[in-house]
Design a protein around this ligand. Structure first.
Ligand SMILES: [Zn+2]
Length: 412
C-alpha cells in the first residue's frame, strides 16, 4: 500500500495532534500497547510451528469446514492466520481402546491421515501437507497453513516394522511412542498398572532404529521416564517431546517431563515443546475443570443433545471459553524453567489445542500465540530467542533427524 501526498498531509496533521496529547509516561498505556503490537508483528514475521494439535481427532468427531471460523475447538484457518501459526503438527491420534483389536489402530491412523488429505484437497489455498522443514518454509511464504503430521501412539504400527515405511510414505514425521496405556513399544506414564517392559520393549528398540533410518522423529511425550531414558539411549538422532510441560511445577506427575529428562533430551540436540493445557501447568489446576465438565455434561444430557451434535459442540465451546484455568504467565514460567535448565535452543511450543478441555486465560485458541510472545518480551526474551522458541528449534531438530536418516541409509 502506498500513501498519496494528500493523505501524507493528513497523516502529518494527525501526528501533530497526537503529539499534543503525548501520553503520560507513567500511565503505562503506551509501553503495554507497544509490547502487544511488537508481539503481533514478531509472531507474524517468524515461523511458528506447534508440536501438537488435535484438529483431525476433533473433525473426525464433528466435521466442520476448517477454512471458516468453526464453532467447536481451537484451530481453524482464520484463527491460525490471526495467531501467526504457520505449521501445526496434526496429531494422528490412536485411542488406547483400539489397541486390543488387531488392525484397528492402523485403520484409525490411516483414516485420520485421509481426513487431513481431504482438508488439503478441498482447500488447497488454505492448507498444504508438509513433509519436510523446506516444505514448511515454502508453504509459510504463501497464504496457506502447512500441515505436518505426527502419530500420537505408536500402536498405529501394530507389530509390523514395515508399517513405519507405510506411515512415513503417508507423511508421518514423528511418532509419540505410547499414549494412555503400555503398548508393544513401551510403557505409558498414564498407565496405573505395573510397567509391562520397565522401559522400551525389544520390539520398541527396533522401532527406534527404523524411525532413525526413515527420518521419523522420536517423541517421548506420554511415555514413562524409563521408556524415555531407553529411547534416548537407543536413538542416533535428536528426540522431541511434542507436548510436555515441566514436572517441576506438577511434582510427581510423570506425564510432564522431569528436569533430568529435559537435560537428556537437550543432550541429544532435541527440543521440549511446552504444552498449554491447564492441568499441565500447576498441580492445583489438575482437577479444577472436573466440576465444570460435570455441570456441562449434565446440561447437555438434560437438553437431550447427542454428544456430537452441533448444539452440544457449541455449548461445550462456550463453557470452555467462559472457564479458563491458569494464565499466560504460567506457560511462560514453564518456558523460563526449561530455558534456565538447557538454554534457548532446546525449547519450543506444543499447545495440544483441540486435545484438552481447559486452557489458560489468554491462550485459549490458535489466535492467541501473540499473548504468549508479549509475555516473553516483557520477560526480556530477544527477537532471536523468540524466533527459536516459535519454530526454528524444532525445524533444526527435524532437519537433523532427516540428515541422520540419510547417513543411516548410506546417502549421507
Ligand atoms: Zn497427548
Amino acid at each position: 500500500m502506498s500513501i498519496s501526498s494528500s493523505s501524507s498531509v493528513f497523516l502529518l496533521a494527525a501526528l501533530v495532534l497526537l503529539g499534543c496529547q503525548s501520553p503520560n509516561p507513567d500511565d503505562g498505556a503506551t509501553p503495554k500497547q507497544d509490547v502487544q503490537a511488537r508481539a503481533d508483528s514478531l509472531t507474524q514475521a517468524h515461523l511458528l510451528v506447534d508440536g501438537h494439535i488435535d484438529l483431525p481427532y476433533r473433525l473426525n468427531d464433528f466435521y466442520e469446514n476448517p477454512t471458516d471460523t468453526t464453532i467447536g475447538g481451537d484451530l481453524d484457518y482464520p484463527k491460525a492466520k490471526a495467531g501467526g501459526l504457520d505449521a501445526p503438527f496434526m496429531s494422528i491420534y490412536i485411542p488406547t481402546e483400539l489397541q486390543g483389536t488387531p488392525g484397528a489402530p492402523k485403520e484409525r491412523a490411516d483414516s485420520l491421515i485421509d481426513l487431513v488429505e481431504r482438508i488439503v484437497d478441498e482447500h488447497p489455498d488454505q492448507f498444504t501437507i508438509a513433509t519436510s522443514p523446506d516444505d514448511v518454509r515454502r508453504i509459510a511464504s504463501t497464504d496457506a497453513v502447512a500441515l505436518p503430521m505426527g502419530m500420537e501412539n505408536g500402536a498405529g504400527i501394530e507389530d509390523d516394522l514395515d508399517n513405519l515405511q507405510h506411515f512415513y510414505d503417508r507423511g508421518i514425521r514423528y511418532i509419540t511412542l505410547t499414549h494412555g496405556t503400555h503398548n508393544k513399544i513401551g510403557d505409558s506414564s498414564y498407565d496405573d498398572s505395573d510397567p509391562r517392559w520397565n522401559g522400551l520393549s525389544p520390539f520398541g528398540e527396533r522401532v527406534i532404529d527404523e524411525m532413525n533410518r526413515l527420518g521419523i522423529m522420536v517423541d517421548v511425550s506420554h511415555v514413562t521416564d524409563a521408556t524415555a531414558e531407553d529411547a534416548i539411549a537407543r536413538t542416533e538422532a535428536p528426540v522431541i517431546a511434542s507436548h510436555s510441560s515441566c514436572r517441576h511445577f506438577t511434582p510427581g506427575w510423570e506425564r510432564n517431563i522431569s528436569d533430568d529428562l529435559i537435560k537428556r533430551v537437550a543432550d541429544t540436540g532435541g527440543v521440549v515443546m511446552i504444552t498449554f493445557g491447564s492441568s499441565f501447568l500447576r498441580s492445583e489446576y489438575r482437577d479444577q475443570d472436573d466440576p465444570i465438565r460435570e455441570k456441562m455434561n449434565a446440561h447437555i444430557d438434560s437438553m437431550g443433545w447427542a454428544e456430537d451434535s452441533q448444539e452440544a459442540v457449541a455449548y461445550e465451546e462456550k463453557v470452555r471459553k467462559e472457564n479458563p484455568i491458569g494464565s499466560v504467565e504460567d506457560v511462560a514460567d514453564h518456558i523460563d524453567h526449561a530455558v534456565d535448565l538447557v538454554g534457548i535452543d532446546h525449547v519450543g511450543l506444543g499447545s495440544d489445542f483441540d486435545g484438552v478441555f481447559a486452557l489458560p486465560n489468554g491462550l485459549q485458541d490458535a489466535s492467541d500465540y501473540p499473548n504468549l510472545v508479549a509475555e516473553l518480551l516483557r520477560r526480556g526474551y530477544t527477537d532471536k530467542e523468540i524466533e527459536k522458541l516459535l519454530g526454528a528449534n524444532v525445524l533444526r531438530v527435524w532437519s537433523e533427524v532427516a540428515t541422520t536418516a540419510q547417513r543411516l541409509q548410506g546417502n549421507g
